[in-house]
Design a protein around this ligand. Structure first.
Ligand code: ADP
Length: 627
């Protein structure tokens, strides 16, 4: 076939340059992984072909024997990985090899620190795949032809900003990647060395990996299958080593680190299927991206059906990676069918239980690992009680929070532990929510609780408001915000203090009425507080109103939220309040009232309507000191 072989030079997406540089430096000590990455891509390409061929058998072009071939040439100093998988069209090469098609790439690059150890970890999470070839090669040539298309394309680059593309004849479908090794990388021109790497990292690949050497010093002439070539999850658990599990994880997850835990289950019965799930050690960079990848690959009787099968795992478990292989689903199952499929519902429900089970095991038996897990994925798990009503109790037990028990930012308090420590007479689980840990810890609402030694959970993740609006109780104890409603300490209340407050409320009646008039619609009510010991004022909302913080968050996210005015509470014992009560100058009363309100709003992490006026009033008040 005659093809237009005109060569074109194109530029990489800016980030790729940066990625290549960083990767070569950070991954050099583990450079052999380039082979794993290329084999992993080749295996994915075969999976995709097998799946597309289900509906279009012609894509096999008469050869459905899928395999990966690895060869090296000592004379040319090249290593070549080729597959007869799906291949790529010209556009696909540009999209996949010249661009990083991952959402969140920019943010990823912004998160790099320049600290090599940290960046190495980050780059592992990002997954560098194909580009890892440049760790050992100073030129990479990729020749590919998409199954079913007549035209091949060659991509070539030295990894320095540009690549060339040209149309070529390629008789066999699939992709061939040739690495022109850097001067010091001759170690890879060795049959034994390559075989070792393959068995170390890629034994679990279910396609045959065939090795063949070429060139005049060829070690072997005939191809030889050098891996086990059977799907890992089909093998009995007892025959699979930890290392094999870990390598398979790296293949399915594109992660560079070992997983934190795995669970491998075979279910036989009405429905038969195998699941192999992994909990990663670290959150992927796109965990918070709504369009980020979901980690479950669906297979039907060993045939790959789809990546990112979001129907197989609820959103709050989106960090789980792995494989579901069903014996019963039809091979032509589509995403639409998955959404309304009973078998999928059953598999999903059982899968969730398995994953929760692994997490429970970690929490009880390996608390350090669980703490590491929580640090990475806690905020995602907190979506669980909202999303998954059926498992709410189990998930609630897995939750961890910061609390006044330790007063540290580490979220390590389980609700069970909180309940076990509750004071005699305490019937609620108290919490406070704020924008930051510091704001929660220093919240004026805590004052009375600290004084009485009652533990309060300190919640400062954005998702906490959402969580607490859905998780109303735990083990029969209601969760109660200490910034909502009338403070009801139940039996913990002290009658003498209550009487004193009532008396104060009477004495300050005129003042509170006046303050309400001054603040108008900004507040629902001004009243005497039971919560405060050190601060002069704080804001609270009614029991069923949205917390001030939460209103702000929803508004920032573009939701139309009905604004509900908060209640201003003042501390009758505070010298400022006492002084205000004796004040006669109307202007001064008004100014101080605004100051007390604005301060309380600032404490909530709120924004002042008129900061200049606040500063002005504060300065006027300070000026009094100089008089
Ligand atoms: P990842 O595999 O993590 O997506 P890579 O950089 O390794 O990232 O590959 C980018 C994309 O290029 C792949 O998602 C795939 O679409 C395409 N690709 C890479 N290698 C091959 C191959 N051997 N055959 C077909 N497509 C490939």
């Amino acid at each position: 076939m005659s093809v237009d072989t005109q060569k074109e030079t194109l530029g990489f997406q800016a980030e790729i340059q940066q990625l290549l540089k960083l990767m070569i430096h950070s991954l050099y000590s583990n450079k052999e992984i380039f082979l794993r990455e290329l084999i992993s891509n080749a295996s994915d390409a075969a999976d995709k072909l097998r799946f597309e061929a289900l509906t279009d058998n012609a894509l096999y072009e008469g050869n459905s024997d899928l395999n990966i071939r690895i060869s090296f040439d000592k004379d040319q100093r090249t290593v070549t990985v080729s597959d007869n998988g799906i291949g790529m069209s010209r556009e696909e090469v540009i999209d996949h090899i010249g661009t990083i098609a991952k959402s969140g790439t920019r943010q990823f690059f912004e998160s790099l620190t320049g600290d090599q150890a940290k960046d190495t970890r980050l780059i592992g999470q990002f997954g560098v795949g194909f580009y890892s070839a440049f760790i050992v090669a100073d030129k990479v040539t990729l020749t590919t032809r998409r199954a079913g298309s007549g035209q091949g394309v060659r991509w070539e680059s030295n990894g320095e900003g540009t690549y060339t593309l040209e149309a070529v004849d390629k008789p066999t479908r699939g992709t061939e990647v040739t690495l022109h090794l850097r001067p010091d990388e001759d170690e890879f021109l060795d049959n034994y060395r390559l075989r070792n790497i393959i068995s170390k990292y890629s034994d679990h690949i279910s396609l045959p990996i065939i090795m063949k050497a070429s060139g005049k010093d060829a070690d072997i002439d005939k191809g030889e299958t050098v891996n086990r070539a059977s799907a890992l999850w089909v093998r009995p658990k007892k025959d699979i080593t930890e290392q094999e599990y870990a390598e398979f994880y790296k293949h399915v997850s594109h992660d560079f680190e070992e997983p934190l835990a795995h669970i491998h289950t075979r279910v036989e019965g009405n429905q038969s299927y195998t699941t192999l799930f992994y909990v990663p050690k670290r959150a992927p960079f796109d965990l918070w991206d709504r369009d980020g990848r979901h980690g479950i690959k669906l297979y039907v009787r060993r045939v790959f059906i789809m990546d990112d099968a979001e129907q197989l795992m609820p959103n709050y478990l989106r960090f789980v990676r792995g494989v579901v292989d069903s014996d019963d689903l039809p091979l032509n199952v589509s995403r639409e069918i998955l959404q309304r499929n009973k078998s999928i519902d059953t598999i999903r429900a059982a899968s969730v239980k398995k994953v929760l089970g692994v997490l429970e095991d970690l929490a009880s038996n390996e608390p350090e690992k669980y703490a590491a897990f929580w640090k990475e994925f806690g905020r995602v798990m907190k979506e669980g009680p909202v999303e998954d009503l059926a498992n709410r109790e189990r998930i609630a037990k897995l939750l961890r929070f910061a609390s006044t028990h330790t007063d540290t930012e580490a979220q390590d308090v389980a609700l069970e532990h909180y309940v076990a420590r509750m004071k005699t007479g305490q019937d609620k689980i108290y919490y406070v929510t704020a924008d930051s840990f510091a704001a929660a810890k220093n919240s004026p609402h805590l004052e009375i609780f600290r004084k009485k030694g009652i533990e309060v959970l300190l919640l400062s993740d954005r998702v906490d408001e959402w969580l607490t609006s859905h998780l109303n109780d735990f083990a029969g104890k209601p969760l109660q915000s200490i910034a909502k409603g009338d403070l009801d300490l139940g039996e913990l209340e002290d009658q003498a203090q209550k009487d004193e407050l009532e008396k104060a409320a009477g004495e300050l009646k005129d003042l509170t009425t006046r303050m309400k008039e001054t603040l108008g619609d900004k507040v629902k009510e001004v009243r005497i507080s039971q919560r405060l010991t050190r601060s002069p004022s704080c804001l609270v909302v009614e029991e069923h109103d949205m917390a001030v913080n939460f209103q702000k968050m929803l508004k920032a996210a573009g939701h139309a939220v009905p604004s509900t005015a908060p209640i201003l509470e003042i501390n009758p014992q505070h010298p400022l309040v006492v002084r205000l009560n004796n004040e006669t100058d109307a202007q001064r009363i008004a100014d101080w009232t605004h100051i007390l309100f604005d301060q309380a709003l600032l404490n909530e992490g709120g924004q002042l309507d008129d900061p200049t006026a606040f500063v002005q009033r504060l300065n006027d008040m300070l000026m009094l000191l100089t008089k």
